[in-house]
Design a protein around this ligand. Structure first.
Ligand code: MCN
Length: 678
């Protein structure tokens, strides 16, 4: 690490460092990592495999495949990606001599996790470390792990006694921050003659780069893939093997959706392949396999419990909106005109808001789970909500304020939400895994309910009525049935703080409440539908229509949910069509700028039509999480739409991203053997 007074001087200093490297043979792909006698990235790892988990043996499994009337399968690949947050990673550490405390400002999703990591490495007690996440310009998972810089910069500040700042540029972010999504699935599925799935077999390989990530470990992608791959389908038999493979590339960290965009793409492609073989349409095969209302709670083959959702309803609604019934005809007509159009669906489940019990199964060194909220009412009746979650673009200041306001009967404008500072917020795990609405929102609601009771207690003295006879709404505490007998919340708050003589002895001081929440988790569900048109001359894919039918339980704020879905779909489209980090054979990253690593712009993202459903209530707020759903559904929907457009040419779409050059080559080859029907 080179320290200097300006970034330019530091870069010059780094350039002046002469290192003599002895180049070894690099390991740059799953193929080269797994061949016999491959060089190893870490000594002592057999075949570069860091984690290898195999599902329980089922003696009848192979027999089911042998006897099944329909078996479909393929090798599916997905490209390596960067979460590419708009604001890249950065941190600044300084010693506060007065408090004898190290203050670390860092662009993170998880301030308390960073504090634990830095404290463990530096050997400083946690109370002498303050971690502040200011407004963070996006993270998408890349900032829910602790970067080496977040540890090195505090060490440098400690050694020099001066503030030390580090900020990466885009090239550093693309080449040296965390990556994700480079996976391969050897997947086969057996179906009966009516298209009902009988068994699924999946061998999953994840290229996790050179090092594990803290705290989620290099197991995060492979374990998520194995556990949740069956998705929203009733699956009687499932066998998996899942491996984390190390290579000389940047390490993997969770990226929005974590394996779910990939295995959902695989499952949805298998469904479409099977539908074609059985001779039913894309909607019908899903209709026959999705978990139905009477089966909830449904326990999967891997022991995951699905709470009630609207799997079939969201499929039907999406099919209706997309005019799926008239599709065959529309496609035939287009083919006659020489146009390649396709319709694709993708149904999936998104596990959200899961707490300690679910995370404990991953056997990490630290186990995330529940979260806490602390509410404090000031003498003017305004409330500060402090939470352990740490929004970084999801609008928590709005939604958590709404939750507290509903419970306290005051305006959301009178509520301030504080997050992202270990000094002023309760202990918590930050924001990732679509946990904040359910867990942070649940804790906020519980604490707000306790605070509302306290306010009623105070008002009961002022109104000379029993607390149980009081209600709280519109900024007032009033006697049930007598709306004219009330005191304002502000007056009650003022009495507690500055006019305690109006209250019985002992009723003075503060109005605050704390609560924690640690739920088992809940599944949102959605069906995405896409219509694409492919230019046969260039292989370019244009998305003509995109529809999302999402069910995330009670919607706290429709505009925020809408924005989350749109942003998620944009990142899913990126996985499907555009983004891929590429290394050359020597292990040099060749996609190190946004010219080479092609992220879609607004020009490539179609308007997304969204329909929301809210049929069930089950968590504290009735909400299910949804922050990753858009990203999860898009690759499967688009791949199926592209495959639908090309199915008459015998072209399969089993590799992401679906780039124009590959499609063009496939179309050309097909033409050479008969040509495009036009
Ligand atoms: N919400 C709601 N009603 C619901 C469910 C959610 O109004 N029924 C609101 C929530 O209150 C919250 C937002 O929608 O304001 C997302 O809620 P939730 O699904 O709980 O997800 P989190 O807030 O925990 O956010 C995490 C999720 C993840 S895992 C990634 S990755 C991601 C994402 O959110 N990264 C993002 N969205 C992002 N958005 C931005 N702008 N930047 C990122 O880095």
């Amino acid at each position: 690490m080179v320290l200097a007074d300006t970034p330019h001087a530091a870069e010059d200093g780094a350039e002046a460092v002469k290192i003599e490297y002895e180049p070894l043979q690099p390991v740059v792909s799953l193929d080269t990592a797994l061949v016999e006698n491959a060089p190893t990235v870490h000594e002592g790892t057999a075949n570069n495999v860091l984690l290898d988990v195999v599902g329980p043996e089922d003696p009848e499994f192979e027999e089911v495949f042998e006897q099944a009337p329909v078996v479909v399968g393929a090798t599916f690949d997905s490209g390596r990606q960067s979460a590419a947050p708009m604001e890249m990673r950065a941190c600044l550490a300084e010693w506060d001599a007065r408090e004898d405390t190290l203050v670390l400002h860092t662009s993170t999703q998880v301030p308390y996790v960073v504090r634990t990591a830095v404290s463990d490495v530096l050997g400083i007690p946690q109370q002498r470390l303050r971690v502040i996440a200011p407004d963070v310009g996006g993270g998408f998972g890349q900032k829910c792990v602790v970067g080496r810089e977040e540890v090195l910069v505090p060490i440098a500040a400690q050694r020099t006694g001066r503030p030390v700042k580090w900020a990466e540029d885009r090239q550093e972010n693309l080449t040296a921050a965390f990556h994700g999504r480079e996976q391969r699935y050897e997947a086969r599925a057996a179906f009966d003659e009516e298209g009902r799935i009988l068994a699924l077999k999946a061998d999953v390989l994840c290229d996790v780069g050179a090092y594990s990530c803290y705290p989620f470990t290099c197991g995060v992608e492979p374990l998520m893939a194995a556990t949740e791959m069956p998705g929203p389908y009733r699956l009687p038999r499932y066998w998996y093997r899942t491996r984390a493979v190390t290579t000389n590339k940047a390490p993997m960290a969770p990226y929005r959706g974590v394996s779910r965009p990939q295995f959902t793409f695989v499952m949805e492609r298998l469904m479409q392949k099977a539908a074609k073989r059985v001779g039913i349409d894309a909607v019908e095969i899903r209709r026959r396999n999705l978990i139905s209302a009477e089966e909830f709670p449904y326990e999967s083959q891997t022991g995951v419990v699905y709470d009630p959702g609207s799997y079939l309803e969201s499929l039907e609604k999406c099919a209706e909106v997309m005019d799926a019934r008239g599709w065959e005809r529309a496609r035939e007509d287009a083919h006659r005109e020489g146009r390649l159009i396709g319709l694709g669906f993708c149904s999936f489940a998104e596990r959200t808001g899961y707490g300690t019990r679910a995370f404990a199964l991953r056997k990490m060194a630290v186990t995330p789970g529940g979260d806490n909220a602390r509410l404090r009412m000031d003498p003017s009746g305004h409330v500060t909500v402090s939470v352990g979650t740490c929004g970084h673009g999801q609008g928590h200041q709005t939604t958590l304020a709404q939750i507290a306001a509903d419970e306290l009967g005051i305006s959301p404008d009178h509520i301030t939400v504080r997050q992202g500072d270990t000094e002023s917020t309760p202990y918590g795990w930050g924001t990732f895994a679509s946990r904040s609405a359910v867990i942070g929102g649940g804790a906020t609601k519980k604490a707000a309910a306790l605070l509302a009771e306290r306010v009623k207690e105070v008002a009961s003295h002022m109104l000379e009525a029993a607390p149980g006879d009081l209600s709280i709404a519109d900024g007032k505490v009033f006697v049930n049935g007598s709306p004219d007998r009330f005191v304002t919340v502000a007056k009650a708050a003022r009495a507690v703080h500055v006019e305690p003589h109006l209250l019985p002895e002992g009723e003075f001081g503060t109005l605050d409440a704390n609560a924690g929440f640690d739920p088992p988790g809940t599944f949102s569900n959605a069906t995405h539908g896409a219509v694409v048109e492919i230019d046969p001359e260039t292989g370019a894919v244009r998305i003509d229509r995109y529809v999302v039918v999402e069910d995330c339980g009670v919607v706290i704020n429709p505009m925020i949910v809408d924005g989350q879905v749109r942003g998620g779909v944009a990142q899913g489209i990126a996985s499907a069509l555009y983004e891929q980090l590429v290394y050359d054979d020597e292990g040099q990253p060749v996609t190190s700028t946004l010219i080479d690593y092609s992220i879609p712009t607004t020009m490539e993202i179609p308007p997304v039509e969204i329909f929301l459903e809210t049929p069930c209530e089950f968590s504290e707020t009735g909400a299910k999480g949804m922050g990753e759903g858009g990203t999860i559904g898009a690759p499967g929907a688009i791949a199926n739409a592209v495959a639908d457009a090309l199915s008459h040419l015998g072209i399969e779409v089993d590799r992401l991203p679906i780039t124009p050059d590959r499609l063009w080559a496939a179309i050309k080859e097909s033409r050479a053997h008969g040509g495009v029907r036009s």
